[in-house]
Ligand binder design. Structure first.
Ligand SMILES: [Zn+2]
Length: 93
């Protein structure tokens, strides 16, 4: 059971951007879809099972796409940049 803390609203101050999270395997609840630059297929990257290494909050991080074509056996790899942003708010009473 959670305790309720009474008091004034929390003062939450955001400090800067480009804050690196010291997590080598950071999994997030997103799916990112891109068009393979080699063959034009749509490829989805599920960030719940594919990680971002040391993501930067408010600044760019790399996503690494991998596409295996069963019909040809070819492997296509490329990368894209994304920005991870976060919001910190007080839990409602
Ligand atoms: Zn491809």
């Amino acid at each position: 059971m959670k305790e309720k803390q009474k008091g004034p609203p929390l003062k939450i101050e955001r400090l800067g951007i480009g804050y690196s999270i010291d997590v080598k395997h950071c999994y997030l609840p997103f799916v990112v879809t891109d068009v393979c630059p080699t063959c034009g297929d749509e490829v989805a990257l599920d960030l719940r099972s594919s990680h971002i290494s040391y993501p930067n909050i408010g600044d760019g991080s790399w996503l690494y796409f991998y596409h295996y074509r069963e019909d040809t056996g070819d492997e296509h790899e490329w990368s894209r940049r994304v920005v991870l942003d976060v919001t910190l708010v007080e839990e409602p009473a």
